[in-house]
Write a new protein. Sequence first.
Length: 454
Amino acid sequence: MSQPQRRPPGELPILHVDMDAFYVEVERMRDPSLIGRPVIVGGSGRRGVVASASYEARAAGVHAAMPTAQARRLCPSAVVVTSDFSGYIEASSAIAEVFESVTPHVEPIALDEAFLDVSGAHRLFDSSSEIAWHLRNAVREAVALECSVGVASNKTLAKLASVAAKPAVHPDGPRPGLGVCVVSVADELDFLQAHRVEALWGVGPMTLRRLNEINVSTVGDLAAVPLERLVSTVGAAHGAHLAALARGIDDRPVHRGGLPRSVSHEQTFETDLTGADRVRSEAVRLADAVASRLRANGLSGRTVTVKVKHPDFSLRTRAHTIPEPIQTGHALAHVAQELIGSLDLHGGIRLLGVAVSNLEETASAETESATRSADEREAAPAQPHQMALDLNLPPDAQTECGDETIRGPTGDTELDLRLAVALDAIRNRFGRTVIAHGSAALRDGTPGERRWGR
DNA sequence: TCTGGGGTCCTCTGCCCT
DNA sequence: TCTGAGGGCAGAGGACCC
């Protein structure tokens, strides 16, 4: 199990590929002076957290999701680098090309990891482990980054195997890992059931606490618990799922990336945001960022969700579904601002988020506008959007939507779309921060608040 | 001295309709 | 006309992932 093995074609169809300290290594390529030093990538502000840490920093106890301030105390010699996703996305795209040169069945999990179904790739390779070693080399050649690969009969086992293949954290520095770990069918249960139960996908802090209460601490313990007991502890669906995983049963297929379910943008503010006007102006900015990404990806959506986090960390969400899909910041901000009106903002908020779901594919406003003359636009509204019927709705006009009433127009207007196209063009040419809605400019904007998203 | 951002999926609840 | 059951759906929130 610990060494790569030759296997008959098709026996172990699933690979899990996980980049090693991905963000850190991309930053080291950008700035070679970081090589060999402890590095923390994440938010550097007062409320920032660690997104990724080098193995040197991990040796000092730093881990992802830890507040950056705490990470600095644990590892004072660490260099803190603010996340810059443009470089990560670029490297991720290059890695995805390597994966797709082996198989079209690639399921991206994050920028730095993916599942591959290689059951159809054995015409070119003798075994899945040979594919795994080929991928490692090809990724290294393409982007000069290291990855770990798990090979197994299903996703859960492949994921655990890739973890087992990773470099080890050690006070003296990182120790090289196996690189590739193959879990044979014969070894599956021994390998799986020796793991801590929290290693399973779907066991977070809450589920772990509940499982610990019934004396379950390893996957082996979990497999021994009667299903009824598990169901009464963590719920029907979750219990049945965990019971199957603990026995090595995981028939989830590798899904190729499809349409996203939602697109969102949220921000934690350096200092709590107070006053309805400031919250609304931030909502305009966030809505604009979400709308921009929707258009860039040729999407529009019908359900708008606003999320706020209060100073005591309590979360509140409000959602509203409108009859027609939208993709402009103006229409999105309109719904978001109405939803904000139904939230208690007393005491301020530390986080504000705007999300759009119920997505569907649509021609982007940019494409739409570029391919239609002014006369054509005049003759027929931009497709495939249902325009708001009346641009001159009085301020007290109302749109009935389910059990809620949203005042004023709720769809994209032709004017909204043309304005959005103009904004996109200006930002593409001069940068994302060069132009903003007047209502979003009300804010005083500390440096930490000036982000416009990925 | 604090606890991000961008997602997905599930459960529960309430409402509407048949 | 009223009532209850049950399905479908939307909204809210929780848990989890990287």
